[in-house]
Design a protein around this ligand. Structure first.
Ligand SMILES: [Zn+2]
Length: 509
């Protein structure tokens, strides 16, 4: 078990050494004691941290704070009236650091408030008056244990924690070597990731058995290492990596179907044909073409939605060829359906109809631009959509679930000449059925279009631009936040869709 030596020393002693010690961002900053003192801790040898105190938090102490650092705030010493302002200021100053909030008293409402203020880890003091050093030491020890961060030996430095599919229906944490880049590749240190419903499909066998395959395909991070032929990126860059990482030299890519490079769905590599992103580090092929720099105004939490949810949901709207002012129906309002709603609005739809029975999803769909919501459990969605369009049907219907019934309904409600755009992952059953009569016995010019999440730098840059210009805020879909150490719990919650979960964010540090 790792041990941390924490010594909070008097400011006057440390003021002397502070100037020499602070030029680069330390591993940890602590805001504590008299409310305005900051300590900096730097990993010394092995697993020891030494803490040095520097005066005043609002002050140039925080060098432009780097992405992978950690800040600790002790609420014990920040007057209640100043806490919100302090957190806001810190977040603005160090938007990408991990923020640990040590609370004097614990309540769920307080924890929620702290999370809303951008706190990544909320730690309550189990013993009243317990010193920050002890609380922090325990937290660091806990985190180190989670990360297998022990004596700092060479072997340990080269291994990392990964969350894997051990076999069908079984997941777990496994140590693996940190990957190394080939000439055109990069290795990225993960900072934020999202769990996707397709990870659940995978562990339940939708793409067949896998053995100790690292899960996950939605992540952002910091470039750790690049190959000799990578020109556009360097270690330290903050990047988003598409969930789909095509081989851009492949013929399918050259023909404009990069997601299908190397065969059907071949652009889908993470957690399919190679290790995914639920790991301290992950490998990216064709790095120059598959990564995009995250603009400084865009947070990791927001950017991570570009990987899949925004790309896939918007693709559904793009494939739907929605005329300006046209009517569109979106079947299922999970994260992809919600982004399809947002995409339909961005594409100029005049009427957006969302179909789902879950109140929280319905509310989000309204926020993202749905004009009408139909609860398909209470009412027949086909009847209701036909009524809402004066019996004509919609110009386009988007299937965002991967279910036989919604797929058939999408065909039924689409007017002749319209488009059925499929974004759903049909993970079960042998066939997907087409209703013969409503399909105009094959001659009503109802086009069925399909697609897999587009990847690539250009795509990611366009999506990031929407975030930078504040055209959309995908973080409204983040219902849950977990540390990487809690990923099994996060995964189980997502797998069973418990606790009103829509999208769980995983925080790495
Ligand atoms: Zn996904």
């Amino acid at each position: 078990m790792a041990r941390f030596k924490l010594a909070l020393q008097p400011p006057e002693v440390l003021a002397a050494v502070q100037s020499d010690l602070m030029p680069s961002a330390p591993d940890i900053l602590v805001i504590s004691n008299d409310g305005l003192l900051i300590s900096s801790a730097r990993r010394a040898t092995g697993s020891r941290y030494s803490l040095e105190i520097a005066p005043d938090a609002d002050h140039p102490l925080l060098p432009p704070y780097s992405s992978s650092g950690t800040i600790v705030i002790d609420d014990n010493v920040v007057p209640e009236a100043h806490r919100a302002a302090k957190l806001t200021a810190l977040r603005a100053r160090a938007p990408h650091a991990s923020l640990i909030y040590v609370a004097t008293n614990h309540s769920l409402a307080y924890e929620r408030w702290a999370r809303v203020m951008g706190v990544d880890y909320y730690v309550s003091r189990p013993i009243e008056g317990e010193s920050l050093s002890l609380v922090l030491a325990r937290f660091l020890e806990h985190r180190a244990a989670l990360r297998g961060d022990a004596q700092g030996s060479k072997a340990e430095k080269n291994t990392m924690k990964t969350f894997v599919m051990r076999e069908l229906d079984h997941v777990g944490i496994v140590d693996k070597p940190i990957p190394e880049p080939g000439p055109n590749d990069a290795v990225v240190k993960t900072t934020r990731a999202l769990i996707c419903t397709s990870d659940s499909h995978t562990i339940h066998g939708a793409i067949g058995p896998r053995h100790n395959l690292t899960l996950g395909h939605e992540a952002v991070g910091i470039v750790h290492e690049v190959g000799s032929e990578v020109n556009r990126f360097k270690p330290g860059d903050r990047v988003v990596v598409g969930a789909i990482t095509p081989d851009w030299g492949d013929l399918a890519s050259q023909a404009g179907h990069s997601s299908q490079s190397g065969g059907a769905l071949g652009g889908w590599k993470f957690a399919n044909i190679k290790d995914g992103v639920f790991a301290d580090y992950f490998h990216v092929n064709d790095a120059d073409a598959n990564m995009a720099l995250i603009p400084s105004e865009v947070s990791d939490e927001s950017a991570v939605y570009c990987c899949d949810m925004m790309s896939t949901g918007f693709m559904a709207a793009e494939n739907a060829d929605i005329p300006i002012g046209g009517a569109v129906a979106v079947f299922a309002l999970g994260p992809v359906g919600l982004m399809a709603v947002a995409g339909a609005k961005l594409r100029g739809a005049g009427l957006v109809i969302g179909v789902d029975s879950v109140p929280a999803r319905q509310e989000l769909a309204r926020y993202y631009g749905a004009d009408l919501i139909i609860d398909h459990v209470r009412r027949d969605p086909v009847d209701e959509i036909m009524k809402a369009t004066r019996g004509e049907g919609v110009d386009a219907a988007i299937e965002a679930l991967g279910g036989n019934e919604p797929f058939q309904n999408a065909i039924k409600v689409t007017r002749p000449g319209g488009v059925i755009s499929n974004a759903g992952y049909h993970g079960k059953g042998e066939f997907v059925n087409i209703p013969r009569a409503e399909w105009g016995v094959g001659m009503a010019e109802k086009t069925i279009r399909t697609g897999l999440c587009p990847g690539g730098r250009l795509r990611m840059e366009r999506l990031l631009r929407l975030l930078e210009k504040k055209k959309i805020d995908p973080t409204r879909m983040t219902t849950h936040r977990f540390s990487f150490g809690e990923i099994e719990k996060a995964f189980a919650t997502m797998d069973k869709k418990l606790d009103g979960i829509i999208k769980p964010l995983i925080l790495f540090d």
